[in-house]
Structure formats: structure tokens, C-alpha cells
Design a protein around this ligand. Structure first.
Ligand code: NAP
Length: 453
């Protein structure tokens, strides 16, 4: 079942049965047939449709934000912000896409060649619930411009977002065999990947899902892009305004109720400011991030996306404390049917504890103390993940020096947890492989064909 449950109240609002195997095969056939004509449309036409989708997303921002609030508890203002980014991604690829897929002349020894940029075919997208519209946009906008067609399997808790996205694309002029929202279950994903009509897969989600999809893609020799979990380090080297640093870093961690892949989940603070940082962070988290209705614009801490998600994070915090971490504030589930968890600060987490290495996907700040710059870098890199990172301080050269030593796909200086249409996004190590957004994002499912003239 695809089930809509309001995480603020626990009320089940809608249940939609999964597609049968036969329906999934029919969905695959549609996008396979769609590729035959979509790839032949001039790129300017495909780009114009993508630009029209950008306008429609912007027009429907309020409606889409309300759906996300009901389905996964996103604060209404954050939902509107998310659609702003979605519109920007569609605009970026609509405007820049044709140049990014233009032929590239190449001088070779003894002659001349040209590299043409061609689509691969029908692709599968498997998407998560944490940014129901933004995650889909990152995969769909570049591939539509390139000429690929898309079968989209969204997370089972957000079928309304999935339908609303499909409607925007339809209204923008995307033919109904070019983008298809399938109600396949995750158990049907292996058979979709085994189907010769599907040429590749992009999954954004957990490590477990990544392992399974990568294995199936490998077994079937299909290209896979994996955008997986993270436990991003945030290093504070020094500051000339500790309150501002605490406020900005707390905001980055608490965005989307802590359920962002590239949220700064591990804050690493130099010893001389550590105690002050922890005191002020604890006060900020305890006093500012109070649970409330996500539909109320004044709310600072919405529910997590589901009761299961809230229980899991509460269990991780409890286990960390049992293993010896210090709970500075929060950590408890809030009484009632909603998926609320108090905003939390943990310190004294050591390498023997699970919390040191696992991803905590909720409103939980971990703070570590580093005696030296070397030690800060060592803690930052001592993680199975390598998605993003950030370095904070007052000396630009020092920031660049430290950034160069971080094992991650992205490093931000004096800001954290961001994303923008023209900047490639993606990780290394167990955070996945491949890139989305920017020029790199349109190249993942591209046949760079060499033609020797
Ligand atoms: P998830 O449970 O892995 O689900 C993501 C998608 O994968 C859903 O559509 C899910 O379907 C499907 N899925 C789950 N198990 C699968 C399997 N074995 N085979 C095929 N498909 C499977 O992840 P989530 O809880 O929605 O999302 C949170 C995770 O995503 C976090 O770890 C977060 O860090 C990561 N994330 C990464 C990025 C990035 O860019 N690196 C961005 C956002 C989120 P059902 O819903 O039907 O189970």
C-alpha cells in the first residue's frame, strides 16, 4: 500500500494499493515507447517544456507545500522554500540544458572527431520522502532535457506528492509516455531493473536500499546513480560571533526536522570554544526548537515523517546514552499520537559507540571536541560516509586548507546543508556514487558518443 498518514496527528488519510506486476510491466512499456519519439524532439522543445514546468511548480508552490506538510510533516514555510528550489532546478536545466548537450568537436591525432551527447533510454527513479519534490526534480529535469524517459517510483508515504508532480509535468506538456508515476513496491524494483527496456536507475535513499539497488543494477549491467545517507561533519575552527555561529549551525542541523541527507550531523569544535559552544547550543536547541503543528508558520519543530522514524531516532539517542554519551537536552518522544521527538544535543560520543558512525536522521546535534586542526580533520574523516561537510572560521586561507583535507563530495565554507541548481551534489564512500545538479547532473545517463570524422 501507498499510505498517507498525517505525522502530526497519526490520522490515516488515504491508502492506495500497489501496482500489480502486470501494471508495472505496462508502465515500463509506456516509457520504453515514449523514448522512441521523445529523443527525436528537438532539444529546444524539450527544454521549453521543462521551463514551463518551472513556472507551474512556482504557481502551485502553496498547494504542493500543503501536500508535503500532510504527508511527511514538513513545516509549511520550508515546503514553499523547497518548491522554490524545484522551480530553480527546472529553470536551470531548461535554460542551460541545450548548451550542456550540444555536440563537442574534438581534435584527435590524425584527424577530427565530434562527441555527441545522447540519451540512454527509459530510466527508473526511486525517490525518498524527505524532500518529496526536490529529490524528483534533481533527477527528472536534466534527463527530460537530455531526452531520456522516466519511470518514477516514489516513497510509499507520499503518493499525493507523486501524483501532483506528475500533474505539473503533464500540464507543462510532458507526454504521458515520457514521465510515468508507478505505484510499484520496493519489492518489484529488482524485476524493473532486470527488464531490458530499462537502461539505468537513480536511487536517493538509505544505505540499505542503495546496496540492494546497486546489486540488482550490477547483476543486470545497468548504470546506477546512488545518493545515499550521510553524517556530515561541521568543523568550527574559530569565530568572532559565537551566538551567530551557534544559531546558524543549529538552523542547518534542524532544517527539515533534521531529516536532510547533508545536514551537519557531527559538529566538531575547537577546544578553546567547545564549552561555550555546547552551552549555547544546548540553550538554543532547548528553548527555540519547540514542537508544534507543521501547518502553523510559527512552528519551529515539526513532527518527523512517521512514528517509525521518530521511534528509530529516539532509540538511537537512548542507545548512545546507554553506551556512555552525555544527553544535554531533549531525547524523548513527545506524548501523543504524533511523530514528535524533542530536539536533542548529545556530547561525549566516542568511537566505541554506534552514534559515532551511524546516520541519525532527526533533530539531534552531536558535538565533538578537537584539540588541534589535525584532530578536527581526523574526526571529520573518521566516518563511513562522505556526502558533505562544512568548515567555519574567520581565516579564508585556513578554511580552504582544511576543506582540501576533508573526505566528502561537497564542502561548504561558513554555511552548511545547502543545495543549488548549478552546483553539483553527491557523495563518496558509503554516501553513494554519481552527481546530480549542475553540468555534472545531466551527464550521468548520457551516451557521450565518439564520432570519428
Ligand atoms: P529509503 O527507505 O531507502 O527509501 C527511499 C526509496 O527507496 C523509497 O522509494 C523506498 O520505497 C525505496 N526502497 C527502500 N528499500 C528498497 C529496496 N530494498 N529496493 C528498492 N527500493 C527500495 O530511504 P528514506 O528513509 O526514504 O530516506 C532517507 C534516507 O535517504 C537517508 O539515509 C538520507 O540520508 C538519504 N538521502 C540521501 C540524499 C542524497 O542526496 N545523498 C538525499 C535525500 C535523502 P518505499 O517507500 O516503498 O519503501
Amino acid at each position: 500500500m501507498y499510505t498517507v498518514t498525517n505525522p502530526a496527528t497519526g490520522e490515516v488519510l488515504e491508502q492506495v494499493p500497489n501496482a500489480t506486476d502486470e501494471e508495472v510491466r505496462a508502465d515500463i512499456e509506456r516509457v520504453h515507447r515514449g523514448f522512441a519519439h521523445w529523443r527525436l524532439r528537438p532539444v529546444q522543445e524539450r527544454a521549453a517544456i521543462v521551463l514551463r514546468a518551472a513556472e507551474l511548480f512556482a504557481e502551485r508552490a502553496g498547494e504542493l507545500a500543503e501536500i508535503m506538510t500532510l504527508e511527511m510533516g514538513k513545516r509549511i514555510s520550508e515546503g514553499r522554500g523547497e518548491i522554490g528550489v524545484v522551480a530553480d532546478i527546472f529553470t536551470y536545466y531548461g535554460e542551460q540544458g541545450p548548451a550542456l548537450v550540444a555536440d563537442e568537436p574534438l581534435k584527435i591525432r590524425g584527424g577530427q572527431a565530434v562527441i555527441t551527447k545522447e540519451p540512454l533510454g527509459a530510466l527508473l527513479g526511486v525517490m525518498p520522502w524527505n524532500f518529496p519534490c526536490y529529490q524528483v526534480a534533481r533527477f527528472v529535469a536534466p534527463n527530460l532535457v537530455l531526452g531520456n524517459t522516466i519511470l518514477l517510483k516514489h516513497a510509499s508515504i507520499c503518493p499525493r506528492s507523486a501524483r501532483a508532480i506528475e500533474q505539473v509535468l503533464r500540464d507543462a506538456g510532458v507526454p504521458d509516455d515520457v514521465y510515468v508515476n508507478t505505484l510499484a513496491s520496493s519489492r518489484q524494483v529488482p524485476s524493473i531493473l532486470a527488464d531490458p527496456r530499462i537502461q539505468g536507475v537513480s536511487l536517493t535513499g538509505s544505505e540499505a536500499a542503495g546496496i540492494s539497488v546497486a546489486a540488482e543494477a550490477g547483476r543486470n549491467l545497468k548504470k546506477a546513480v546512488l545518493e545515499l545517507g550521510g553524517s556530515d561533519p561541521l568543523i568550527v575552527l574559530d569565530t568572532d560571533d559565537l551566538d551567530a555561529t551557534v544559531q546558524a549551525t543549529a538552523t542547518a542541523r534542524m532544517r527539515n526536522c533534521g531529516q536532510s541527507c547533508n545536514a551537519p550531523k557531527r559538529m566538531i569544535v575547537m577546544a578553546d570554544i567547545y564549552e561555550d559552544f555546547v552551552d549555547r547550543m544546548t540553550k538554543r536547541v532547548a528553548e527555540f526548537y519547540l514542537p508544534g503543528d507543521p501547518a502553523d508558520p510559527a512552528t519551529k519543530l515539526p513532527p518527523l515523517a512517521s512514528v517509525a522514524a521518530a521511534d528509530e531516532v529516539a532509540e538511537q539517542v537512548e542507545r548512545a546514552v546507554r553506551q556512555g554519551a552525555t544527553l544535554r537536552t531533549g531525547g524523548r518522544r513527545v506524548d501523543g499520537p504524533g511523530a514528535y521527538l524533542e530536539a536533542t544535543v548529545l556530547t561525549d560520543v566516542t568511537p566505541e559507540m554506534d552514534a559515532y558512525r551511524e546516520e541519525i536522521f532527526g533533530p539531534v546535534v552531536l558535538v565533538f571536541k578537537a584539540g588541534t586542526e589535525e584532530e578536527a580533520i581526523a574526526i571529520a574523516n573518521d566516518s563511513p560516509f562522505g556526502l558533505g561537510a562544512s568548515v567555519w572560521g574567520t581565516d579564508p586561507e585556513r578554511l580552504r586548507r582544511v576543506a582540501a583535507r576533508i573526505e566528502a563530495g561537497m564542502v561548504y565554507l561558513n554555511s552548511a546543508g545547502g543545495s543549488q541548481a548549478d552546483l553539483p551534489f553527491g557523495g563518496i564512500k558509503r554516501s553513494g556514487m554519481g552527481r546530480e545538479l549542475g553540468p555534472a547532473g545531466i551527464e550521468e545517463f548520457m551516451n557521450k558518443k565518439s564520432i570519428r570524422l
